[in-house]
Ligand binder design. Structure first.
Ligand SMILES: Nc1ncnc2c1ncn2[C@@H]1O[C@H](COP(=O)(O)OP(=O)(O)OP(=O)(O)O)[C@@H](O)[C@H]1O
Ligand SMILES: [Mg+2]
Length: 315
């Protein structure tokens, strides 16, 4: 069963200046219990995609289907429907947790918003959630400011799990944490996935993180998915020159690096979404670009089972 289906989603941000084409004809499906990873440089459209899936931004065009229901219109009943089934874990746990609420109140909030259970049921559920994210129940009356970064992220995960969503979006959930804490949060997510079988979309700059957190990976470049494949296949045989450059730029996958530092080593300037190059948007940085790449937009070709690439070399 498909939990989330984005079809030809385009997002153009207007405003006074140049229009920004943040997403350009993106199609992505997420099946029940599947873990999808999204990698791409800063500005490639990852968060915009998440915001559209969560019903926080209405796409300029395209269709978003959540469990067989079109949720493209930002109607208030849609919002409630979306948040009943999709939850988000944010990059920075401190700014995403209300500093004036206790851990108990924070985790209970989605249950209250969706009017799930009696106050006693909710209390029981909150205690259970604390346990499943590995936090001691004595922390229920703590404030976010009293917790470590890793503990805060566990609270963010408990809150996201409270209503038993069908799909979890994780936008760089470990980027603000130390490496050792990062590893334990990832371990927690992998364990929860095995137990609860919630579909996950994990957004990350870090190819090492994605390798452990995803069954299938989509690589984004300037608002497009340029390659998509099962994780093992993508890591063994990346087909798009951009994906190959990403792997070449990583000295040792999983090694400590600054946020985005590895991707920044891909040669050439990152083009901007206000001025997308003609033809294949990657052509100015591509070592294998030909005349055709400068003039003609590549279509999606299937190079192996479940492995799609948008590149003239593979057409
Ligand atoms: N509300 C907005 N108004 C105008 N432009 C926007 C808006 N939100 C995003 N953008 C632009 O859209 C493009 C994609 O942004 P997005 O935040 O989705 O990228 P990202 O892949 O999440 O980047 P990062 O890795 O830095 O988080 C960028 O050029 C960004 O500046
Ligand atoms: Mg982002």
């Amino acid at each position: 069963m498909t939990v989330l289906d984005l079809r030809d989603v385009t997002q153009v941000f207007g405003g006074r200046g140049q229009p920004v084409r943040a997403l350009n004809n993106v199609s992505l499906g997420v099946s029940e219990a599947e873990r999808v990873g999204i990698v791409g440089e800063s500005g490639s459209g990852k968060t915009t995609l998440a915001r559209i899936a969560l019903g926080l931004t209405k796409p300029t065009s395209g269709r978003v289907t959540l469990l067989d229901r079109d949720v493209t219109e930002l109607r208030s009943d849609h919002q409630r429907y979306i948040h009943r089934h999709v939850q988000m874990v944010f990059q920075d746990p401190l700014s995403s947790l209300n500093p004036r609420k206790s851990v108990r109140q924070i985790i209970a909030l989605p249950l209250e918003a969706q009017r799930i259970g009696s106050p006693q049921d909710r209390e029981r559920r909150v205690v259970e959630l604390m346990d499943s994210v590995g936090l001691p129940s004595r922390m229920l009356d703590s404030w976010p400011s009293q917790l470590s970064g890793g503990q805060r992220q566990r609270v963010g995960i408990a809150r996201a799990l409270a209503i038993s969503p069908k799909l979890l979006f994780l936008d760089e959930p470990t980027a603000s944490l130390d490496v050792s804490v990062q590893a334990r949060i990832l371990e927690l997510l992998v364990g929860l996935q095995a137990k609860l079988r919630i579909a996950q979309v994990m957004i990350s700059h870090n190819l090492g993180v994605i390798r452990h957190a995803a069954d299938r990976v989509a690589v984004m470049y300037l608002g497009q998915i340029v390659e998509q494949a099962p994780t093992a296949r993508l890591y063994a045989a990346p087909a798009h020159p951009y994906t190959q450059a990403l792997f070449a730029a990583v000295p040792a996958v999983g090694a400590r690096k600054r946020h985005g530092a590895a991707l920044a080593r891909v040669r050439g300037e990152v083009a901007s979404a206000t001025n997308i190059p003609s033809g294949c948007p990657f052509h100015p940085r591509c070592p294998q670009a030909t005349e055709r790449c400068r003039g003609e937009v590549p279509v999606v070709s299937t190079v192996a089972s479940g492995h799609q690439v948008r590149c003239h070399l593979h057409a």
